[in-house]
Design a protein around this ligand. Structure first.
Ligand code: SIN
Length: 542
């Protein structure tokens, strides 16, 4: 059997961006959609809060733009913010048309604005459309059902993209361009060439690079690492967003307590009952996320406690159960009744604001390689993402990338020259799986301890030394043993760790999500710019 498959479009990742893009382009083209586990294993599926878009008379595009710019601490690209915010209402229409349901107000018909809008940190208005507290699950359910039944979309589950195929790597003449990807079939262990005229990275984020994260296991930064190895520019990798409220419980793994809980009146308290956020910001519990996460970190360090408390017990229990059924049930499974007792919470890595630098059409600086969703850095989030702007960004840029790709497709050759087949690396299966778990744990722990919410030069230098050593070991292992998806992820995770440390070291100021004790002030004179990283050498300034 040939090791080559051909498509018009290769989509890597099955969250909102990948699925929306696939559905937009599929009617007149062949789409291959690869996803490294089951299709529903995406960060989209875990998104609780919702999708921010202007949809009430009390709100305005200008207000949404302003809130996004304020959260972004000077680094948002204003033209991108305006583009995304202004596309919001149309994108909500598109999602509704596909069959996605958002909660509606209980008001009689003809009154109110229709949607039950939530509020989250940094938003000065209610503007979060949601489906109870499981918005992502609703979006994923509808998009996946449509993509799975589309005759032109072939879905490959348990297929992990290993590296991008580019003309430069294949030694083809002409400028560098994307040709698809090498993809590992986890079932057979074979690496195949998935060639395509246009490739979209929609692989999500990299939260797994930290010990504590709200992200699903798939979030190992694969798309960012592959794009970097292929020569694309990455931007702002130092801005890792820590969500203030992840459930603290010895048996709970990665469970988010949505910011919507604070949007509905939830109050953060120390274990002694002090509602501390009023001491940190005028918006108190609804301050932007970086401020809340740092406030919790500081309270924990001061008290020596392991967690703080999030209290929603003053709201009507029936209403809490109805509005937050997922959170209520999950907490109850750990013996916590959130209607009667406060929830123990800690900050955890949540969202990577950095990623593959893309333009207004969602294209990277490698032609025909597009990126949308968390994998991309579009310029929307700046130094700190405004809550619930990410699903919106994912769908806006999937749409923009689809429009541009469909325009370009007729001008691209039907069948590009053969990219070279995958070179078999080591053929022997590893006899020491412990190497993978050991390195995986070490990276995540050192990133948490040295490159976390509060950084210093010293900690960053320590992290860098250790990552270099780990990378030597991982590279040797990579070339000597049979490739597995665990090994692919480990290699990518180590690249992400390296890039976060490099970007954090380069930014000698504190801004948004990057806070360092060595440079605690903003330094607009030198650092009002993006941090760009490219393998071949430093990229041009943004
Ligand atoms: C949340 O529900 O708190 C998460 C929303 C987001 O990260 O945008």
């Amino acid at each position: 059997m040939s090791d080559r498959r051909d498509f018009d479009f290769l989509v890597i990742g099955s969250g909102i961006a990948g699925l929306f893009f696939a559905l937009r382009v599929a009617d007149h083209s062949r789409v291959g959609l690869v996803t490294k586990k089951r299709a529903a294993d995406s960060a989209t599926n875990w998104a609780q809060g919702g999708i921010a878009a202007v949809s009430s008379r009390e709100d305005s595009l200008e207000d949404h733009v302003r809130d996004t710019l304020v959260a972004g601490a000077g680094l948002c690209h204003e033209e991108v913010v305006r583009f995304v915010v202004s596309r919001g209402p149309a994108m909500i229409e598109a999602l509704l048309k596909l069959g996605i349901e958002f909660d509606r107000e209980a008001a009689p018909p003809g009154q109110g604005h229709g949607f039950d809008l939530g509020r989250e940190g940094g938003h000065t208005r209610r503007r979060i459309l949601h489906h109870r507290d499981a918005t992502g699950r609703e979006i994923e359910r509808v998009l996946l059902a449509r993509a799975s039944s589309h005759p032109n979309i072939t879905l490959f589950e348990n297929h992990a993209a290993v590296d991008l195929l580019t003309s430069a790597k294949a030694g083809l003449p002409g400028g560098n361009r994307a040709l698809g990807a090498y993809v590992l079939d986890a079932g057979t262990g074979q690496v195949e060439r998935f060639q395509a005229r246009i490739t979209l990275l929609a692989t999500g984020g990299a939260g797994k690079v930290y010990l504590y994260t709200t992200n699903p296991d798939i979030a190992s930064g694969d798309g960012m690492a592959m794009a970097y190895r292929a020569g694309a520019t990455l931007a702002n990798m130092e801005f890792m967003q820590f969500h203030p409220t992840c459930l603290w419980h010895p048996q709970a793994k990665s469970f988010l307590i949505s910011e919507a809980v604070r949007g509905e009146g939830g109050v953060l308290r120390t274990q002694r009952g002090d509602a501390f956020m009023t001491r940190y910001h005028a918006m108190a519990d609804l301050a932007p996320r970086d401020i809340v996460a740092r406030a919790i970190d500081s309270e924990l360090k001061r008290s020596g406690d392991e967690w703080v408390l999030l209290d929603i017990t003053h709201r009507d229990p029936a209403w809490v159960r109805e509005r937050f059924p997922t959170i209520y049930e999950r907490c109850r499974s750990f013996g916590i009744d959130i209607t009667r007792e406060p929830i123990p919470v800690v900050p955890a890595a949540h969202y990577c604001c950095g990623g593959v630098r893309t333009d207004l059409q969602g294209e990277s600086d490698i032609p025909n390689l597009f990126a949308a969703g968390e994998v991309a850095n579009t310029g929307l989030h700046g130094a700190n993402r405004l809550a619930s702007n990410s699903l919106l960004e994912g769908v806006v840029f999937a749409d923009a990338a689809a429009t541009e790709s469909l325009r370009r497709l007729p001008h691209l050759p039907e069948r590009e020259v053969d990219a070279p087949p995958w070179k078999l690396l080591g053929a022997t299966p590893s006899d020491e799986a412990v190497v993978i778990t050991q390195n995986w744990d070490e990276i995540r722990r050192l990133m948490w301890n040295y490159v976390g919410i509060v950084r210093t030069n010293r900690r960053l230098a320590r992290a860098r030394r250790r990552i270099t050593l780990l990378q030597e070991e991982i590279t040797e292992y990579y070339w000597n043993f049979r490739l597995t998806s665990d090994l692919v992820e480990l290699r990518n995770l180590s690249t992400i760790a390296e890039l976060v440390v490099e970007a954090a070291t380069a930014r000698r100021e504190s801004r948004g999500l990057h806070y360092t004790l060595d440079y605690p002030e903003l330094d607009d004179a030198h650092f009002l710019r993006d941090t760009l990283l490219r393998k071949a050498g430093p990229a041009a300034p943004a």
